[in-house]
Design a protein around this ligand. Structure first.
Ligand code: ADP
Ligand code: MG
Length: 347
């Protein structure tokens, strides 16, 4: 037996593990403008601009539950999740590879249904699948989507360039996908207890849609480009607002002050939170999968979008460190959330 020290992944978490991987891989080679650590990698193409590339994996039982996730929606969502990371660089995706691992329970028709969702997303976002890989899986479905875009260098937005006095903005509303998951989980349990029961999700259609059929905000990237705005920093909200604020704040080395009463919530999110006894701020902060954009704008740029119906200012950037929430009662609470933890402490 080796006496080499071993470390449980749960003790350092997902972000700690990525840091360890980065150290193991060592220095990046030339031509890489951004390697590990942002929403997507950026490769310098010289005069042709930059190649933007991001990959995401979805695993049955971890990221989705086929008892309430239709395969066509899953195909659509798998593409959206990857496109969202390209949008988070202020770039527009163009090409995809889609790889699948299939256990024996999947039929040809099931795979076709999944790809009908992929195709619909490709049509809506004007991207093309240029390849992928197909393999067997011991159990369940495994999906990996890589998205690629080409962009001009001066419009790219990273996580580390927020400036003091910048306005912190979010698109759309938050917490909806998380509450949609709660609704679907509750219906699943009730259906298991009583299979004759008809699902009652019509009144939650907005939230269920947010969970089952999210959209990547490439529309906003186009709108910002039309008015000539380049955010100073940006990230997509896949793991919850708290985690993404932490990334921007840490990488920009600035304090991010956010006002609780400014966090945008849909009315259906608020009322469903009441129903479930969940604090709406917690749903927005620690839920995930909204795939909205969190970004910072200089004051002059903010003036140009302040009446945009889909952009909300939630706070501003200050000298200092860490994200802070100013609660409704005026308290300053440091934001600590880690987002989704794929490696929970089992002990
Ligand atoms: P996002 O939530 O935006 O998809 P992640 O948290 O998955 O981003 O990843 C953060 C950064 O770490 C990205 O730059 C990603 O490419 C990198 N990364 C994640 N896992 C690995 C890995 N196994 N090897 C190398 N880089 C990784
Ligand atoms: Mg991201």
């Amino acid at each position: 037996m080796s006496d080499q020290k071993t470390t449980d992944i749960s003790s350092i978490g997902e972000f700690g593990l990525i840091e360890r991987i980065k150290e193991t891989l060592g220095d990046e080679r030339s031509g890489i403008s951004k390697g590990i650590g942002d929403d997507a990698a950026v490769i310098d193409l010289g005069e042709k601009g930059s190649l933007i590339m991001s990959t995401d994996t979805l695993i049955e039982g971890i990221h989705f539950d086929l008892s309430y996730m239709p395969l066509k929606h899953l195909g659509y969502k798998s593409v959206v999740v990857s496109l969202s990371d390209i949008a988070a660089m202020n770039a527009v995706p163009q090409y995809l590879t889609v790889s699948i691992g299939l256990s024996s329970k999947f039929t040809v028709e099931a795979v076709e249904e999944f790809y009908r969702g992929v195709e619909l997303a490709c049509k809506n976002y004007e991207v093309s699948v240029v390849g992928g890989d197909t393999t067997a899986s011991r159990s369940g479905l495994f999906i990996n989507v890589t998205a690629i875009g080409i962009s001009t260098k001066d419009t790219l937005t990273y996580r580390n360039d927020a400036k003091v006095k910048d306005v912190i903005c979010v698109s759309g509303d938050l917490g909806g996908a998380y509450m949609g998951m709660h609704v679907l989980e509750r219906e699943k349990k009730e259906f298991q207890a009583n299979p004759d029961m008809q699902p009652d999700i019509e009144q939650f259609s907005y939230l269920v849609g947010r969970q089952l059929k999210p959209e990547a905000r490439t529309d906003l990237i186009h709108s910002l480009s039309e008015i000539g705005i380049v955010p100073s920093s940006m990230i997509d909200i896949s793991d919850g607002l708290a985690s993404e604020l932490m990334h921007l704040s840490t990488q920009s080395e600035k304090k991010f002050k956010v006002y609780e009463d400014k966090i945008p919530l849909a009315e259906e999110t608020r009322s469903t939170c009441m129903d479930f006894g969940i604090d709406p701020t917690t749903a927005a902060m620690n839920g995930g999968e909204d795939y909205e954009l969190l970004f910072t704008l200089g004051l002059e740029d903010f003036e140009k979008v302040k009446n945009h119906p889909d952009i909300t200012a939630i706070g501003y950037v200050e000298e200092g460190a860490g994200p802070v929430l100013i609660t409704r009662s005026g308290n300053n609470v440091p934001i600590k959330a880690q987002g989704w933890n794929h490696f929970p402490d089992q002990s």
